[in-house]
Design a protein around this ligand. Structure first.
Ligand code: ZN
Length: 330
């Protein structure tokens, strides 16, 4: 689950009324691999052939369970949807604490890897680096390893997704954990697209319990509309932060609701011209080797981190319907 967007969203929503419409500028044709050009405004049209790797956080148990569902059913369905779209090898980032004394969660993760999907680390207990010292965070990375090695065997599991996308609220912490990850053979699974898909799941569970079909229809519609809006925003941020779009990594969560919506989301991505690629392939792009090297309490996607640390102006965007999601079907 991620919370950092709240602060960014509030800040930008408040400012949205005074943000001028964006002006088209010539797209930069090349960039220095060590330092992104910053400050360009987005060009008018987005790339016709964008690329995305889907990734799923908080395995084996993301979000609350709707009535009558279990973790094994959810990950079985999610893996079969991915296979139906030839997306074997998709990464799921694991908090191994969720496996303890939970046979359903253990079976769910076995199903995931046996279906050809991969696992990476998301720390033992989803620790926030902004609220804990680097040493405690590193201990959580180490504590997560036996389970990853067991489930991934013999495949590689040395990809790391920071919980809440928080990479350090001080430069010392940021640099210490990055050095630790590198020393222990991890690559950071950076994110370029995030619409906080997890935020629909609890409302969905409540609406299922109430059998409120109209509310569930709204949840589905607003989920896809929000995905569309924040995919556009993420791509425009890349134009501002890097001077061009980059191959994408989308953050999703292995919740019941995202599992329900994934076929529609994949259809929508196809409709926007996306083709799918594997995480290791996408992260070979030089942009993913860039390090904003900034202390950021709320972290964010890689483009967010450049936008915030370089004080770049976000394009206008619609806020997410968090207020309605919190109260729907209560
Ligand atoms: Zn998470």
């Amino acid at each position: 689950m991620t919370m950092r967007r709240w602060a960014i969203w509030l800040f930008v929503a408040l400012g949205a009324g005074i943000v001028a419409p964006t002006t088209a500028v010539a797209r930069q044709s090349s960039h220095d691999a060590t330092q992104p050009p910053t400050g360009q405004l987005p060009a008018g049209a987005l790339d016709a052939h964008p690329v995305v790797a889907l990734t799923f956080d908080d395995l084996p148990a993301a979000g609350s369970l709707p009535p009558g569902e279990n973790r094994t059913e959810i990950l079985t369905t999610l893996a079969s949807e991915l296979k139906a779209n030839h997306l074997e090898g998709t990464y799921g980032f694991v908090n191994a604490v969720k496996l303890v004394d939970n046979p359903d969660a253990q079976l769910a993760l076995s199903v995931w890897v046996n279906a050809g999907m991969n696992v990476g680390s998301h720390t033992w207990s989803h620790m926030s680096l902004s609220d804990n010292p680097a040493e405690a965070f590193e201990n959580e990375i180490a504590l997560n390893e036996p389970a990853l090695a067991k489930y991934a065997d013999p495949r590689d599991w040395h990809w790391f997704r920071y919980p809440f996308l928080r990479e350090g609220d001080t430069l010392d912490k940021r640099r210490a954990v990055r050095a630790y990850l590198k020393q222990h053979g991890y690559r950071v699974a950076q994110v370029s697209l995030d619409f906080e898909d997890y935020a629909w799941n609890n409302a969905y569970g409540r609406c299922v319990a109430k059998q409120d079909e109209a509310a569930i229809a709204w949840l589905k519609q607003s989920y896809l509309e929000t995905a569309e809006e924040y995919i556009r925003l993420g791509r425009e941020e890349q134009r501002i932060a890097f001077g061009h779009e980059i191959p994408n990594v989308m953050l999703l969560h292995a919740t019941a609701f995202t599992t329900l919506m994934l076929p529609d989301l994949i259809d929508q991505l196809h409709g926007e011209g996306f083709r799918f690629a594997a995480l290791p392939e996408v992260e070979q792009d030089p942009a993913y080797a860039l390090d904003p090297d900034a202390a950021l309490k709320y972290g964010g996607t890689l483009p967010d981190q450049f936008m915030d640390s370089r004080h770049l102006k976000y394009p206008p965007f619609k806020p997410k319907p968090f207020d309605k999601l919190k109260t729907l079907c209560q």
